[in-house]
Design a protein around this ligand. Structure first.
Ligand code: DX5
Ligand code: ZN
Length: 218
């Protein structure tokens, strides 16, 4: 089952609530929230108050992607604001296992994010502890970038390992996803797809979302 997670980074921030409701009605199953601090990545976006403001607007899980230094210092705030899933980058965590436990201690689903160059070996020993892996198919920091194809074999390899070990871990893909790039990723075993510009920059968001979803399901 393929799920689409629109990234509100590409939405109109002047009417964020409506933007979220629109994609929910169109069949989105997750809302992806990109948190950037200007240190881990060269851009600044939003914090816990945005999560808190969106919480009553939608029934969908809020998927908080932390692109920040020292994520441990902010996990409680995001959890209390209403995050359902929180993902952290391998490179941002000095003690990744501890961070994962911290996320789970608030009843939030933990995920780990791999940059395009980060090897899957870096998460081999915590696969049992996480609910999802997020593969970056662009360098984190901005929406609207070009999909990096060399990540696809990594997705395939991890998906094989997950099967061999009998684990149930979702594989989420983030960056440059559209109705074409979703195809190799879905074939490689991914099941959750973030899409920002390919949905929000389109006149008809519902149609754009469905087109991506159907391409992934085919
Ligand atoms: C990039 C963010 C992505 C971004 C995706 O750092 O993590 O979630 O919003 O945007 P598109 O779909 O436009 O590549
Ligand atoms: Zn993201």
């Amino acid at each position: 089952m393929i799920k689409i997670a629109p990234s509100i980074l590409a939405a109109n921030f002047a009417k964020l609530g409506e933007e979220v409701k629109e994609v929910e009605q169109a069949g989105a199953e997750v809302i992806h929230i990109d948190v950037m601090d200007g240190h881990f990545v060269p851009n600044i976006t939003m914090g816990p108050i945005v999560v808190e403001a969106l919480r009553p607007v939608t029934k969908l899980p809020l998927d908080v992607h932390l692109m920040i230094e020292n994520p441990d210092d902010y996990i409680e705030q995001f959890a209390k604001a209403g995050a359902d899933w929180i993902s952290v980058h391998v490179e941002a965590c000095r003690h990744l296992h501890r961070t994962i436990q911290l996320i789970r201690s608030f009843g939030v689903k933990p995920g780990v994010v791999l940059n395009p160059h980060t090897p899957i070996e870096s998460i081999q020993h915590i696969l049992e502890d996480i609910d999802f892996v997020l593969f970056m198919t662009v360098n984190p920091g901005f929406g609207g970038q070009k999909f990096i194809h060399s990540v696809v074999p990594k997705i395939e390899n991890l998906s094989k390992i997950i099967k061999e070990r009998g684990l149930s871990i979702d594989i989420e893909i983030d960056g440059g996803i559209n109705a074409e790039t979703i195809i190799p990723c879905a074939k490689a075993g991914a099941n959750i797809f973030v899409a920002g510009s390919a949905i929000y920059n389109k006149e008809n968001r519902a149609e754009a979302l469905k087109e991506i979803l159907h391409a992934g399901e085919a």
